[in-house]
Design a protein around this ligand. Sequence first.
Ligand SMILES: *[C@@H]1O[C@H](CO)[C@@H](O)[C@H](O)[C@H]1NC(C)=O
Ligand SMILES: *[C@@H]1O[C@H](CO)[C@@H](O)[C@H](O)[C@H]1NC(C)=O
Ligand SMILES: *[C@@H]1O[C@H](CO)[C@@H](O)[C@H](O)[C@H]1NC(C)=O
Ligand SMILES: *[C@@H]1O[C@H](CO)[C@@H](O)[C@H](O)[C@H]1NC(C)=O
Ligand SMILES: *[C@@H]1O[C@H](CO)[C@@H](O)[C@H](O)[C@H]1NC(C)=O
Ligand SMILES: *[C@@H]1O[C@H](CO)[C@@H](O)[C@H](O)[C@H]1NC(C)=O
Ligand SMILES: *[C@@H]1O[C@H](CO)[C@@H](O)[C@H](O)[C@H]1NC(C)=O
Length: 653
Amino acid sequence: MPCSNLQTKMASKLSWVLVIFLVLIAGECKQRVDEGCNAQDLMGLTRFKAGIHVDTSGRLVKWIGHNCCQWEGVSCDNKTGRVTEIRLPGFISTNDFIVQTKMVGRLSPSITLLTSLQVIDLGGLIGLAGTIPPLIGYHLTSLRKLYLYGNNLSGPVPESIGKLSRLEELHLHENQLSGSIPASIGRLQNLNRLLLYSNRISGPIPESFANLKNLLTLDLHGNTLSRMIPEKIGALQLLQELDLSDNRLSGKLPFSLTNLTSISVMYLDTNLLEGEIPFPSSSSQMPSLGFLRLHDNRLSGRIESTIGNLVSLQRISLANNRLEGSIPSTLGNLLDLTELYLNGNRLSGQIPRSIGRLSRLMFLSLSNNLIEGLLPHELSSLQNLQALDLSFNRLNLLSVPPWLGQMPSLCRISLAGLGIRGEFPEFFRTTPGQILEIDLSVNHLTGSIPEWLGDLTRLYSLNLSRNSLISTIPDTITNLQNLGVLDLHSNKLTGPVNGVFKIGSGFPQGSLTYVDLSDNNFSGAIEQIGVGLQCRIQHLNLSHNYLTGRLPVSIGRLSSMNTLDLSYNKLGFTLPESLANVSLLEKLKLQRNRFTGEIPNGLVKLKELKELDLSDNLLVGKIPIGKPLSEFPKSCYSGNRGLCGKPLSPCKS
Ligand SMILES: *[C@@H]1O[C@H](CO)[C@@H](O)[C@H](O)[C@H]1NC(C)=O
Ligand SMILES: *[C@@H]1O[C@H](CO)[C@@H](O)[C@H](O)[C@H]1NC(C)=O
Ligand SMILES: *[C@@H]1O[C@H](CO)[C@@H](O)[C@H](O)[C@H]1NC(C)=O
Ligand SMILES: *[C@@H]1O[C@H](CO)[C@@H](O)[C@H](O)[C@H]1NC(C)=O
Ligand SMILES: *[C@@H]1O[C@H](CO)[C@@H](O)[C@H](O)[C@H]1NC(C)=O
Ligand SMILES: *[C@@H]1O[C@H](CO)[C@@H](O)[C@H](O)[C@H]1NC(C)=O
Ligand SMILES: *[C@@H]1O[C@H](CO)[C@@H](O)[C@H](O)[C@H]1NC(C)=O
């Protein structure tokens, strides 16, 4: 699918699929002359093995005898006979198969007996618990690579780690490590890659990091690091990847960041950073920076025109900050740009015409700013643009410019809250790209929802809420077999709602998950709902209409539903017992209808229910006893004909 979004380098959690396999090369076990290996190493390995009680790879059961240098995953120095490497990663890939294996147990501190170790690879074993041996730095002084990522290790990163002066790679990510980062890491002059992401590490980034002159990758995202980014970080001249995102870092961005001359990936998003963004003053300063994320912080000030010095930039997100001033026209110099997110700021002025030069641009979001003026026609030359979001600005569009309909790649269009008038734009019918998403909510659209809407067969999301549309829902809507989100609330739409429940019927799998038809003038009965296999609806809001008749028994088939709002209608008759089958229901709003009879006893099965309103109906009898029904306030049951029992007054027997 051509449309994707900026979610690339997220922590790629190992898929915990366990494929248990046994490789037993029977008959090949020739009894070797038992030379034995170094006694201390043998003891260390034996104790390590004893700490593991499950090994789905079957490697450790073959660790028998005394010649540990022959054991799978163990390598020795053929001069000294000492063990130099333990390589038992959880992920095993050979020519024939790839499997994720698992070890359950505790990492024995006796691993430090193997004092000649250069490489420990116990990464991705999932169930390896315990702590990193506190004295590791005193004993394993030859260690170059330490891979313990993707396990269940807890406790701190030991201070002694700073004594491993030969360490090149330290991969401890995806564990439960806590405590702060030891300042001693700054002494590791040979460290190339430091990966501590997705742990529970807190506290500051040590100032001493400025000494890590050989560091290429520093990835600390997904912890709770706090305080400032050290000013001297700019000394890491060889750093290529810096990811400090999703922490609690505060203070300003150090100006020295622009000294990171080798940097290509910089993710500092989702923190509490403030102040201005230091852009480089010349294009020689950060010549390789391709990926910059600063979104979801508290950054302020202007986007300086020096942003145009980031000549290698491909993706940039400055969204959800407090940036103000106009969008600099130098952005048009960034010819490699494919994604530009400036939404959720206080940017003003006009959209620079130079953006039309960004011929590789695929995603452009400027929504929720104070941008004014007209849409520059130059945007029409963005041949690769797939998603355009200009919603909620001060652009006064009046109508959707027809050239938008000529853009060959455009498939996601958000033009909400831009004062658009007239009918639903005809050009969507003939647009060359295949439309996936349309958001024209909060405008002044009038007239009808066109019959030809049914031709947009790839449409996934349609939001026309808060307009003045006055038609029925066309029958052709049932052709939209890919529709997942339909939001038509707050219009003046009329007629029955049933067509919506037939969307995609006749196709193997319905895709509809979100339906909001509330606050319209729909009438008639709700007929079959949840027909065929189409039971994926999670959110259904039909409130504030003129619906009549009963709630169909088939409602029980909507097993994925968590929100059902039918309030403010004229629905009647008894509530179907099958409502109890909608077991994930969290919000049930049926107030202001004409439901009669008793509350079905089965509703006590709705354990997830957090919001309930049955007020102002004609219900009678005893409120079913049990959580959560009896826990809701009285007001949820008030205004009925004759309900009694907790939380209302006891029933008269
Ligand atoms: C030691 O072993 C390595 C790899 O197993 C081999 O390449 C090397 O030639 C051996 N050296 C000696 C002195 O046997
Ligand atoms: C990790 O350890 C915790 C307790 O320390 C345990 O509850 C959890 O099941 C372990 N996870 C795995 C994947 O072994
Ligand atoms: C960054 O570079 C400037 C000028 O090249 C220099 O004065 C400053 O000390 C550097 N900062 C760091 C932290 O390396
Ligand atoms: C549709 O647009 C309205 C107004 O812009 C917004 O509040 C609502 O969340 C949108 N609906 C969906 C399903 O995203
Ligand atoms: C359903 O829609 C109405 C009117 O648009 C709104 O007030 C209400 O909050 C919505 N219900 C839920 C549960 O979102
Ligand atoms: C909505 O429906 C009600 C009752 O059917 C009717 O009185 C009202 O005029 C309708 N309003 C519009 C705008 O169609
Ligand atoms: C509700 O669930 C019960 C038992 O799980 C089943 O017999 C019944 O057919 C279901 N009703 C509906 C309408 O899905």
